[in-house]
Design a binder for this molecule. Structure first.
Ligand code: 13P
Ligand code: SF4
Length: 335
């Protein structure tokens, strides 16, 4: 079906040699120099802009970033992502300085589950086993039994004792997908990601009609009807290996557009079509894209803005995060 005034699909061809080997700009050189002087590590999420990903020590999904943050020997962690990710890095490194270049880089999904509401729900419904998707505040983590990411959610939920009733917060879409995969009924918190719910069957059908041989790769934060169209539903990290291993030469990527930067660098010779919304050929998360190279440079120069939390919140939140890292380590969650 064709939508009147539908935005044209955005097709990202393979990187040519000039783009692939582009040397750092003066601003990127300055960032790399400051990073060395500060003994800092730059961690970047897959949704960051390409210029940031290219100066990062590690670019990955929430799970990979959590491991890197927990293991780093650097004195300073600069987290190019959103607030809950930098909080997680601080919780696993309470003695280190953790910097988020843009303090207002939040997350609609995290905001959809305020800790006060979760505390009240738990009090009214005692005995629930609370699984929190990592996209939540430190205070919500502190009220949870175990954390998960989209990369390990199935594996984490599979390890919860069968007799426990599960409350999954805050993403109803990921929770529903995990419930189907694991065949575990769950109570689902009614939260969602404002960006991923913009995808609809109609707009994905539109690109699929033009790229009929392209597998549809979908993030589990999308609604069920869109997930049902997918050739694979997976975390952003798994998208890399899926596109590398699949013989197709073109893929439709139904997640935040920054993902395509890494796909183009790490899956050479293939093309990627951005999943469109009704209004745009792509879909940028307004929070993820608040970080810029200039803010990254300034944050390294001033060692601010810093992530700080009360020690009791960090101590309580560390328990379910550590549990996730341990449960997830028993094999490759992104496999
Ligand atoms: P990943 O867990 O795949 O990194 O996704 C994080 C996220 O914020 C998705 O919107
Ligand atoms: Fe949050 Fe959605 Fe942005 Fe991910 S894409 S950080 S879930 S608002």
């Amino acid at each position: 079906m064709t939508t009147p005034h539908a935005p044209a699909p955005l097709v990202f061809p393979p990187l040519d040699a000039t783009e692939a080997l582009r040397p750092p700009s003066p601003l990127q050189e300055e960032i790399l120099r400051l990073k060395r002087e500060r003994n800092a590590v730059i961690l970047a999420h897959n949704y960051q802009v390409d210029e940031i990903q290219r100066v990062a020590d590690y670019t990955g999904d929430s799970l990979g970033l959590s491991y890197k943050a927990a293991e780093t020997q650097a004195d300073i962690i600069v987290f190019c992502g959103v607030h809950f990710m930098a909080e997680t890095a601080k919780i696993t490194n309470p003695g280190k300085t953790v910097i988020l270049p843009e303090m207002d880089a939040g997350c609609s999904l995290s905001d959809s589950c305020p800790a006060t509401q979760l505390a009240a729900y738990k009090e009214a419904n005692p005995g629930l086993y609370v699984v929190a998707y990592i996209n939540c505040s430190a205070e919500v983590k502190a009220l949870s039994d175990v954390i998960c990411t989209s990369g390990n959610a199935v594996k984490i939920v599979s390890q919860i004792p069968a007799e426990r009733e599960i409350l999954f917060v805050p993403d109803q879409n990921l929770g529903q997908w995990v419930s189907r995969q694991t065949k575990r009924p769950m109570r689902l918190w009614p939260g969602s990601c404002y960006a991923h719910v913009l995808y609809s069957v109609r707009n994905i059908e539109r690109v699929r009609a033009q790229f009929s041989n392209a597998p549809v790769v979908v993030h589990p934060e999308c609604i069920e009807a869109v997930r049902d169209m997918a050739d694979i539903v997976c975390s952003t990290e798994k998208m890399i290996s899926y596109c590398r291993d699949n013989p197709a030469d073109t893929f439709i990527i139904v997640t935040e557009t920054g993902m395509i930067n890494r796909l183009r660098r790490e899956v050479p010779g293939k093309s990627f079509v951005a999943g469109p919304t009704d209004h745009c050929g792509c879909n940028d998360c307004r929070f993820m894209k608040m970080n810029t190279l200039e803010k990254l440079r300034d944050s390294l120069a001033t060692l601010s803005p810093r992530i700080e939390m009360p020690a009791p919140v960090m101590d309580a939140a560390r328990i379910p995060i550590t549990r996730m890292l341990e449960w997830s380590r028993a094999g490759n969650a992104n496999a």
